[in-house]
Design a protein around this ligand. Structure first.
Ligand SMILES: C[S@@+](CC[C@H](N)C(=O)[O-])C[C@H]1O[C@@H](n2cnc3c(N)ncnc32)[C@H](O)[C@@H]1O
Ligand code: SF4
Length: 417
């Protein structure tokens, strides 16, 4: 385990207790205090598998995909029938894998969710560039999708070569997106790939704009221990220089930063799958973050289907938070949005942000990582870069360890993080 991450956890949670994951789970799940609530559905199928990708996915097979959707519908009803009426949910996000491989079945999944939830802020889907066709986009729109994000990774041959991905054709993508428009079109790039320069990123941004994107995401490249390649991206110094140039260029072009890695061209068209304070996830590998716990479903599709056939939830691991652990988790994701509101923190935890973390926030201001904007604490560019670095360590210390275990064992005995 990374020493800086352990030290940060002990300091911020004011205790030595690790995040303890156990194999037990709650059914019914308590959604008390889980407001606002986001929804996530995982579709673990891809055309082909990429060597750099850590997500839970298998090559697409028609029979398996059909059985998986039936399992998903049952999981949604198993959870949703534990309350009467329909609960308010902000957004619904389909991630993967490549969810559009099931574009003809997404409507059915949306309708099952709408039996139990009122979705107020739209439906988003992750797309592989191969899925950006008029037919597929039309089916997604019919299912209620209003936001798409296209996993371009890059348009430039050198960074693409390190990923082993084909170059997406911006003209072809742009034509399909113009024929079937969406409120938000997000272009997903990977940042700090081996050999990537500012000039690559600048050209990528111009091509994404031509393609019709009004939102851009730059996910920092993470070299997961259980994926074959590529190895290592840029050094910390190179990343800082690249991020500074990138941020300045985007500001000049009128973008606003709406999270650490994402920039919106049109205000209010923000898009993110990960900044919900509470969310419920369905499907294999899907996580749920609720007021008192974080839980993760099994990564094995056969094990997922078997549990569901027994009318049981496919939860593999549950972490029941201490209040301090929950506060830290919450602050981490609020900081990811670049803005922490003391009012929201207090409404969530019944105690003032200043009382809980005033010392740390003032220290971050002295270091030039945060500033005050009215009541809110806002990350500066320097603070956003620090978060980038910290997030890289966190991903390797927590997510890499958990996902590599979950990839090996359908229902692990437990783990401490
Ligand atoms: C599930 S994929 C998106 C949809 C689609 N399957 C595709 O590949 O275009 C999610 C996104 O995560 C990002 N990603 C995947 N592996 C990554 C890694 N090792 N480091 C950083 N970002 C990664 C990529 O930008 C990818 O588009
Ligand atoms: S990057 Fe996308 S297409 Fe490639 S394996 Fe991951 S989910 Fe599948």
């Amino acid at each position: 385990m990374s020493l800086p991450i352990t030290a940060a956890r002990v300091w911020l949670t004011r205790g030595t207790a690790p995040f303890r994951f156990t194999p037990d789970y709650d059914h019914p799940l308590s959604l008390e205090g889980a407001d606002p609530l986001g929804l996530y559905v995982h579709i673990p199928f891809c055309h082909t598998l990429c060597s750099f990708c850590p997500y839970c996915k298998v090559p697409y097979e028609e029979e398996l995909a059909r059985a998986y959707v039936e399992g998903l519908l049952q999981e949604i009803h198993l959870v949703g029938r534990t309350w009467t009426g329909r609960r308010q949910a902000t957004s619904l996000y389909f991630g993967g894998g490549s969810p559009a491989l099931l574009s003809h079945r997404l409507g059915k999944i949306v309708r099952a969710l709408e039996e139990h939830f009122i979705i107020t802020d739209g439906i988003g889907v992750e797309l592989h560039p191969r899925d950006v066709t008029v037919d597929t986009l039309s089916r997604l729109k019919e299912a209620g999708v209003s936001r798409v994000c296209v996993g371009l990774q890059s348009f430039q041959p050198l960074p693409l070569q390190s990923l082993g991905r084909e170059r997406p054709d911006p003209g072809v993508l742009g034509q399909a997106l113009a024929a079937v428009p969406f409120d938000t079109v997000s272009a997903d790039f990977i940042f700090a790939l081996p050999g990537q320069t500012f000039d690559h990123l600048r050209r990528d941004i111009l091509l994404a704009e031509e393609m019709g994107a009004n939102h851009l995401a730059f996910y920092p490249f993470i070299d997961f221990s259980f994926t074959p390649g590529p190895n290592q991206g840029l050094s910390g110094r190179e990343k800082w220089a690249l991020l500074k140039e990138l941020t300045a260029f985007l500001r000049e072009r009128g973008y606003t930063r709406d999270s650490i890695w994402t920039f919106a061209r049109t205000p209010g068209k923000g898009y993110s799958s990960m900044t919900r304070t509470n969310y419920l996830g369905f499907g294999c590998s899907a996580a749920s973050l609720l007021k008192g716990q974080f839980k993760v479903n099994t990564f094995s599709i056969p094990a997922y289907l078997e549990r569901i056939s027994q009318q049981k939830l496919p939860t593999a691991l549950t972490c029941r938070f201490t209040q301090r652990q929950r506060m830290v988790y919450d602050l981490f994701w609020r900081a990811y949005t670049t803005r922490i509101s003391p009012g929201e923190f207090e409404a969530c935890f019944g105690r003032s942000l200043d009382g809980a973390y005033g010392l740390e926030l003032r220290a971050a201001r002295l270091l030039g990582w945060m500033r005050r904007e009215g009541e809110d604490w806002v990350l500066t560019d320097r603070g956003a870069f620090r978060f980038h670095l910290f997030e890289g360590h966190y991903t390797l210390a927590y997510i890499d360890r958990m996902w590599s275990l979950m990839g090996r064992e359908a229902f692990p005995q437990g783990m401490d993080l």
